[in-house]
Design a binder for this molecule. Structure first.
Ligand SMILES: *[C@@H]1O[C@H](CO)[C@@H](O)[C@H](O)[C@H]1NC(C)=O
Ligand SMILES: *[C@@H]1O[C@H](CO)[C@@H](O)[C@H](O)[C@H]1NC(C)=O
Ligand SMILES: *[C@@H]1O[C@H](CO)[C@@H](O)[C@H](O)[C@H]1NC(C)=O
Ligand SMILES: *[C@@H]1O[C@H](CO)[C@@H](O)[C@H](O)[C@H]1NC(C)=O
Ligand SMILES: *[C@@H]1O[C@H](CO)[C@@H](O)[C@H](O)[C@H]1NC(C)=O
Ligand SMILES: *[C@@H]1O[C@H](CO)[C@@H](O)[C@H](O)[C@H]1NC(C)=O
Ligand SMILES: *[C@@H]1O[C@H](CO)[C@@H](O)[C@H](O)[C@H]1NC(C)=O
Ligand SMILES: *[C@@H]1O[C@H](CO)[C@@H](O)[C@H](O)[C@H]1NC(C)=O
Ligand SMILES: *[C@@H]1O[C@H](CO)[C@@H](O)[C@H](O)[C@H]1NC(C)=O
Ligand SMILES: *[C@@H]1O[C@H](CO)[C@@H](O)[C@H](O)[C@H]1NC(C)=O
Ligand SMILES: *[C@@H]1O[C@H](CO)[C@@H](O)[C@H](O)[C@H]1NC(C)=O
Ligand SMILES: *[C@@H]1O[C@H](CO)[C@@H](O)[C@H](O)[C@H]1NC(C)=O
Length: 763
């Protein structure tokens, strides 16, 4: 076998050698080796076969003609080659097709490419080519040699090409497909291209071309694909557009400066499948004649000036019921008025996108909107819609975006929304939705944005929401939500925005956010303002490295405002309107915190006898202006308490017990002696109802009970939480009170849990 194979292989090589070894062959070989020499990146060594000892026609990407064995095709698309395109490529004079797409070639297109006079297909898209398109590519010399006169396809898209589209392009009259998409080309499109009568597909999108919509295009009666999206074209379209270009299938004109109306003949283009004219300055009505275009799949007219804010503007919707292939209808950001017609529910069941947002559409969302069973995107925001959100939406199982914000919607959020397991964005804010937040929303396990603020929702926040791992933005602000915030909110590790402001939420801020802190590093905006949150400000916020906004204002928060991390920046943190906060950085202008007082056990309470020991001498020398008791009451002067800290020694203990310790202190600003009750926070339940106890005691008057002036909360030097109550000190009545705590218990009932003054014993 082996003996037989080897000679046959050698003879084959010899055969090939003799057959291919011609001058032309050598020219091609040299041209390709010249090309290879400029390829600087070839990580997979795909061009290693391009060597003298291997037959040319077997080189990677090379195809030769059957008879002459000259290189006719060079297919190097997508091989991840880098470098520049060598001018030697212009010597491949038999080349018919050249594909260099999807590589990393830089530099300019060599003029020599223009020598490839047999070339029909030229693909250079998706590289880093820059400079202009060489005019030499298109300039015919009389003999016909030396230019790309046979070119049918020219693809230079997705490069960095600059300059104008050369007028000489019009010389290549066989051209059928041209793409220069996604370059930096500019200027007007030359009239000369009107000669390209064979043109089937042109893509000028994503450049900076300008001037009027090119009139030369009207000469292309064969055109099927026209894309001028994302340029600076202006002017209006000829009214006979549809008659002149009857073969169009796809027309993309979005994001230009086109004016005028949609040509009345456009719906006469029977093959039209896609029409996109979004983001222009078009006016007039959307013609019901589009209902004739049976093959229509995409109609994108958003962000223009269609309609006249009046009834009749939406008549086209009923007409489009005939377009059974319609998948996407965009008509948002126009001037469409009138009621949303019930016929909207009879649009194609293939409809994926319905965009009628930002118009002046009134009426209600038809009950059977759920008939649009394939909908993935429903945008109805910023209209005048009212009535309920139809329950039938629960049938639209693919719905990913339900955007209805800023309307006048009423009723409850239907729990059937929980059926929408693909839902990613639920934007219902700024309406008048009532009732509870349906717990079924927890089934929407891909929900990234849940924005239901500025409604009339009540009840508590369902814990089911905390199961929605992908949540990035959660906004429930401006409702009447009650209850506490579940610790589980810390499980929403992808949160960037958490807005719960302007509700009636209460209880402590969750501690768990801190537990899951690693997952919450992305949180940027937190708003808990205008609620009834109490307790201290959790330290963890200071470590949220992305935090840009933290609004805790107008709550009942108390204690020390942290000074570390994000709390160093007063443009990030807002805490005003919490009466009982202290500390923080200076800009917050809060009272300094009282420092922790050692809680002394009962055996030291014999010092009670030294009740009258004041701090007065030293502190009075501060000579501060006394304020009214009222002001003191509203504005607890923690600083003064701290100034008086020297007095917080065992010598000033009035009494102590399991609740904590009572000290006597002098407040210079009030010029008065007070009793400070420092709570023993190790006691179960002491912290929990501290603030509510304060609130109720503050206004109690009882013969045996002095008035509670205010409270103080903070963190001591050891990082422990510190709570104190400050009373008017009256040596007579006060002592009476200390001695009869059971009286206090009665008064504070049903708030017995804390029994602030219980257990005090005198020696
Ligand atoms: C030439 O290419 C062939 C085929 O890839 C390869 O086997 C051979 O090693 C190459 N020769 C040289 C000298 O690179
Ligand atoms: C070159 O390609 C031809 C045709 O594909 C094949 O028959 C021949 O074996 C190849 N030669 C080598 C050396 O790979
Ligand atoms: C050219 O190469 C690209 C990238 O690999 C490929 O997608 C495209 O189909 C090729 N074109 C032709 C006509 O072969
Ligand atoms: C093209 O081929 C000619 C003749 O073989 C040679 O003189 C010329 O240098 C080649 N051009 C390039 C750019 O390699
Ligand atoms: C090629 O086009 C340019 C510009 O349209 C023109 O000036 C030139 O005469 C044309 N050449 C030929 C041979 O058609
Ligand atoms: C383009 O069409 C117009 C008529 O609409 C005609 O006058 C003109 O000659 C045509 N131009 C070319 C180059 O075919
Ligand atoms: C686009 O062209 C206009 C002139 O038509 C010019 O003012 C503008 O700077 C260009 N934009 C870019 C991004 O090149
Ligand atoms: C559309 O085509 C029909 C039939 O070809 C014709 O009767 C009608 O006039 C055309 N409409 C316009 C606006 O040209
Ligand atoms: C829709 O189809 C019906 C029945 O085929 C037809 O009577 C009606 O005129 C069509 N509407 C439009 C706008 O084409
Ligand atoms: C929920 O979805 C199922 C299956 O898609 C459907 O049968 C059911 O009617 C839907 N429920 C509601 C309330 O829409
Ligand atoms: C405070 O925060 C703002 C907003 O994030 C930022 O622009 C500013 O640089 C910060 N200032 C300091 C001193 O970090
Ligand atoms: C208790 O003391 C206050 C002043 O501290 C005094 O006004 C009041 O008359 C005293 N009451 C009695 C019963 O002694």
């Amino acid at each position: 076998m082996r003996q037989f194979l080897l000679p046959s292989f050698v003879s084959l090589l010899l055969l090939l050698e003799t057959f291919c070894y011609t001058d032309g062959d050598e020219t091609d070989k040299q041209a390709l080796l010249g090309f290879k020499s400029q390829v600087s990146v070839d990580k997979r060594a795909l061009l290693s076969s391009w060597n003298q000892s291997f037959p040319l026609c077997n080189w990677t990407g090379v195809t030769c003609g059957r008879k002459h064995k000259r290189v006719t095709r060079l297919d190097l698309g997508g091989l991840r080659l880098g470098g520049v395109i060598s001018p030697s490529i212009g010597n491949l004079s038999f080349l018919i097709s050249l594909n260099l797409s999807d590589n990393s070639f830089g530099g300019t297109i060599p003029q020599e490419v223009g020598n490839l006079f047999r070339l029909k297909y030229l693909f250079m898209s998706f590289n880093f080519l820059r400079g202009g398109v060489p005019i030499s590519l298109f300039n015919c010399v009389p003999s016909g040699v030396g230019s790309l006169t046979k070119l049918r396809t020219l693809d230079l898209g997705k490069n960095n090409l600059e300059g104008k589209l050369p007028a000489s392009l019009g010389n290549l009259t066989l051209l059928m497909q041209v793409s220069v998409t996604n370059n930096n080309m500019e200027g007007e499109v030359p009239d000369d291209i009107a000669r390209l009568a064979q043109m089937v597909a042109i893509d000028l999108s994503l450049n900076n071309f300008s001037g009027f919509f090119p009139p030369s295009i009207y000469n292309w009666s064969s055109i099927e694909f026209l894309n001028i999206f994302g340029n600076g074209f202006s002017g209006s379209l000829r009214n006979d557009f549809g008659n002149l270009l009857p073969k169009l299938r796809e027309v993309y004109m979005g994001t230009n400066y086109l004016t005028g109306a949609i040509p009345a003949t456009l719906p006469n283009i029977s093959n039209l499948q896609g029409l996109r004219m979004e983001y222009n300055n078009l006016r007039g009505s959307i013609s019901p004649s589009f209902g004739k275009v049976e093959k229509l799949q995409i109609l994108a007219l958003q962000s223009n000036g269609f309609g006249s804010y009046s009834f009749g503007d939406l008549d086209f919707i009923g007409a489009l019921n005939n377009c059974t292939k319609l998948q996407r209808l965009y008509a948002g950001q126009n001037r469409l008025g009138g009621d949303l017609p019930t016929s909207v529910t009879n649009l194609s069941t293939k409809l994926i996108t319905l965009d009628l947002g930002t118009n002046l559409i009134s009426g209600t969302i038809p009950r059977d909107i759920g008939n649009l069973i394939s909908l993935q995107t429903l945008w109805l925001q910023e209209n005048l819609l009212t009535g309920p959100l139809p329950t039938s939406l629960g049938r639209v199982s693919e719905l990913g975006e339900l955007i209805v914000f800023s309307n006048r919607m009423l009723g409850e959020i239907p729990s059937s929304i929980g059926n929408l397991t693909q839902l990613q964005r639920l934007l219902l804010y700024n309406n008048s939705f009532q009732g509870i937040i349906p717990p079924s929303l927890g089934n929407c396990r891909y929900l990234g944005q849940l924005l239901i603020g500025s409604n009339k929702l009540n009840g508590s926040i369902p814990n089911e929401i905390m199961k929605i791992q992908p949540l990035v933005r959660l906004n429930m602000s401006g409702n009447s939500l009650i209850g506490t915030l579940s610790e589980d909110i810390g499980k929403l590790q992808n949160l960037v925005t958490l807005s719960l402001g302007n509700n009636k939420l209460s209880g402590h801020l969750p501690q768990a956010l801190g537990k899951y802190i690693k997952g919450l590093v992305g949180v940027k905006k937190v708003d808990f303002s205008n609620n009834n949150f109490s307790g201290s400000i959790p330290e963890y916020f200071s470590n949220f490295s992305s935090l840009e906004y933290l609004n805790l204002s107008a709550n009942n928060l108390e204690g020390r405002v942290p000074e570390e991390g994000k709390f160093q920046n007063s443009t990030i943190v807002s805490v005003f309107g919490n009466k009982n906060l202290c500390g923080g950085i200076e800009e917050l202008k809060l009272k300094p915190c009282l420092e922790q007082v050692p809680v002394v056990d009962t055996k030291h309470s014999s010092h009670l006898k030294k009740v009258a020991v004041g701090l007065s001498k030293k502190q009075q020398s501060n000579n501060q202006t006394p304020s009214t008791l009222g002001a003191f009451h509203e504005n607890m002067s923690y600083g003064d308490l701290r100034n008086a800290k020297n007095g917080f020694s065992s010598s000033n203990i009035v009494g102590s017990g399991s609740f904590g310790t009572v000290f006597k202190a002098f407040l210079p600003t009030e010029n008065k002696v007070v009793a400070v009750k420092v709570l023993n926070l190790q006691r179960r339940g002491a912290m929990k109802s501290f603030m509510s106890e304060c609130e109720s005691l503050k206004n109690i008057r009882h013969r045996n009970l002095v008035k509670l002036l205010t409270s103080c909360a903070g963190i001591d030097f050891q990082g422990n939480e510190f709570r104190a109550l400050i009373y008017d000190f009256m040596s007579n009545g006060t002592l009476d009170m200390w001695l009869h705590p059971e009286e206090v218990e009665k008064i504070c009932s049903p708030l017995r849990a804390l029994t602030l003054l219980e257990g005090l014993t005198l020696p």
